[in-house]
Each structure stands twice: as C-alpha cells, then as structure tokens.
Design a protein around this ligand. Structure first.
Ligand SMILES: [Zn+2]
Length: 387
C-alpha cells in the first residue's frame, strides 16, 4: 500500500485548513497540516475539499439490496452503494422481521464488505410500538424477550440498540445493551415523558430519526389521555446527554425543522443519517422495505420512498444529506460535515478510530468538489472502486 497525500481545503472538526494536506500511510492518517513532507513514492491527490469519510448509524440498504436480505451479497452490494456516496463506516440496520431473518442479517454482516466498512450492527427492529411502526411490517414486530435479544447482543456485533420505551421488557433490554457498551436508543415509540425518564435511567442516550415515528404531545394524549404530557420531543430537547438524528433528504423534514433540530441539539448532539432503503441508486418503481422475501412493499419516486401517504425511508446517500443540511440550515460546512462523521462516530463509540482527519485514525478520506460532490473515496488507505 503506497502512501497517499491529499491536498486541498481540509475539513477538520474545529475548522477549515486551507491549502492543507493529509498524509496516509499503512491505512492510517500519519499527518495533517500545512507543511507535510510526503515520503518518496507517495501518490498525490488534489481536490477542492479533503473530508473525513462519512459515518452512517441508521441505514437499511442500497443498489437493490437490503441488509435484511441476510446474505453476504446483499451486504457487499449495499456497502458499495454507500461508499459511492462517501460513507466509509456503516452500521447496517435491522427492520422488523422473524428471529431467523435477524440472525441471518447479523451473520451476513460479519462477512467482509467491499465498500463502506461495517463497524457493527444497529439492532433497530423488531422491538417497536405497534402504533408507531412507520413502514415496517407489523408481523415482524414484538416485545423484547431476553431469550431472543441476548443472543443478538452476545454476538458482540451489535453496537447500537433500539427499543420503544413503553414496551414491556424495555428497561431490561436497555440495561443489557448498555452493559455491552451499545449506544442505547428509543425509536418507533409513542413514549411519554415518564416512560422516557425510566428509559434514560436504564441507559437510553439517543432517539432515532427525530420527528419520524416518535411521540409528540398530541400523540401521547391520544394514547394516555389528559393532562397533556411531555413526549420524546420535549425529553430530547431538554436533555443534553441525549443525541438524535435527522433524515436530511429534503423530503422527510422541511428546512425549518432541520434548522430547529440543529439549533436545539448543536453539531455534537445531532447526527445526519441516510435511513436509506434498497431503492438508493435504483430507478423509480416498486420495492420491498426489509427482507426481499416478505418485506413491506413501497414505491420510490426517485426522491423518497412512499407507502401511500406515509413516507417509507430515504433513497439518498450521505453526500445528499450533507448538501441538503447545508442548504437548509445555518450550520457551517465544518458543522455539517461533523454531523455526518465525527458526531455519529462519537455516539456509536468508534471515534477513536474514525470520524475525523486526525493522526492515528483510519485513513478514511474523501475528496469533494466545490459543490460537495464525491470525487474520490478512500477506505482504510485504499481507493474505493466499483466491483
Ligand atoms: Zn425508522
């Protein structure tokens, strides 16, 4: 592996380094600065921006494959699709499904991918609230049982673990996941303030896709009656310890909500996620969300997934989310890139290794053009090329 020297405006967590350079050797970042002497034989790559590879903690598939297809081929296809869009670290995300489908997905994700590096699985479905399923299949939804989830958690491969806070057994699940070092999250939930308080005590520190398939004051009132009670929304906004994420594809949330989320949580408390389905980089048409065998049908119009009037996941990559966030909000380029790289890396517990251009970290480097289009993608010091 020859040394690589990137030249351009380097995007760092605390600012831009104009006319900077990033030197990568042996798959790691060796130096970042203005005067970096390349070793003999180093390959030089110049571009407008040199950015850290993106980190996606909530993502279902791409290029026709869903991770829940549960095969190494699906993992290879989807990880390549996301690498094309600048994601170098990926957390394949489960949907609702049978225990057999979840086990097949976990097993498939241990196979070496061929694009973005799989850093662990986001155990997302199946422990959702029945009234907040979104586009997930109802048949594959259930309450958490230790006999089932401890098998998944003991695989050591689950790094992010979701459950709706109001389900029976949610608290032991949260504690089991927190004990194993997972980022513990509440999602697809109609939880009240009180349920969130108990969830927080049991280890919850994140909430999935803010405003999507989560509780609001009116939805909690519908479930629990009056007096009106606080919901996930108020709980997340009032607790700095809890991070969240937005699907910034421009179709899920209007610009003012993206700006509101950014202003409330800040760049270190808000992650950009793609939540993208298998319809990423595929033509408009009918697809299945979750397993190809029995996943829920949805339609992609090329902009977003839809099940009738309900949105069914994004069909965009992280580069698109970055550009949308920048265009819609007051976030700076440095802040927007942080939300797509270092913040999700920190929340998922992999920031020692990835998420920013700092010496010692993996050589996951992007070259972006002036419009923030992805020109080159380097994963662990190796240039990503389509198979
Ligand atoms: Zn979801």
């Amino acid at each position: 592996m020859s040394a690589l020297l990137f030249r351009g405006t380097v995007i760092q967590p605390d600012g831009l380094l104009e006319n900077g350079a990033v030197l990568c050797e042996d798959g790691r970042i060796a130096a970042v600065g203005l005067d970096v002497e390349p070793p003999p034989g180093a390959v030089e790559v110049a571009g407008d921006f040199v950015a850290p590879g993106f980190v996606d903690i909530h993502v279902h598939g791409g290029d026709g494959a869903d991770f829940m297809d549960g095969t190494p081929e699906a993992v290879a296809t989807a990880t390549q699709a996301h690498a094309r869009h600048g994601t170098t670290t990926i957390f394949p995300t489960t949907t609702t499904g049978s225990p057999e489908q979840l086990e097949a997905m976990l097993a498939a994700c241990t196979s070496p991918g061929s694009g973005a590096r799989v850093a662990g699985v986001h155990l997302y479905g199946p422990f959702f609230a029945a009234d907040k399923l979104g586009c997930h299949g109802a048949e594959g939804r259930r309450d958490p049982e230790p006999g089932e989830y401890e098998r998944y958690l003991d695989s050591g491969f689950v790094r992010i673990a979701t459950c709706a806070a109001e389900l029976p057994g949610a608290e032991p699940y949260y504690r089991a996941a927190a004990t194993r070092g997972c980022l513990v999250t509440c999602g697809h939930s109609n939880a009240s303030w009180g349920e969130m308080e108990r969830a927080f005590a049991a280890g919850v520190r994140h909430v999935d896709h803010f405003w999507c398939a989560m509780s609001s004051v009116p939805s909690v009132a519908q479930r629990l009656g009056t007096p009106m009670q606080g919901s996930m929304e108020q709980f997340v906004l009032l607790h700095d310890e809890i991070s969240t994420e937005v699907i910034a594809d421009g179709a899920h949330l209007a610009p003012e909500l993206l700006e509101f989320a950014f202003r409330m949580k800040g760049a270190s408390g808000l992650c950009l996620v793609t939540d993208s389905s298998r319809a990423l980089d595929m033509p408009p048409g009918e697809y299945r969300f979750g397993p190809q065998s029995d996943g829920e049908p949805f339609e992609s119009d090329g902009i977003v997934g839809r099940q009738g009037a309900v949105l069914a996941s994004s069909v965009s990559g992280m580069d698109h989310m970055l550009r949308t966030m920048l265009g819609a909000t007051s976030a700076s380029l440095v802040e927007a890139v942080r939300m797509a790289s270092l913040t999700p890396a920190e929340r998922a517990g992999v920031a020692d290794d990835v998420g920013s251009l700092e010496p010692g970290k993996r050589a996951d480097v992007l070259v972006l053009n002036r419009e923030l289009g992805v020109e080159r993608v380097v994963v662990g010091g190796e240039e990503f090329r389509e198979n």
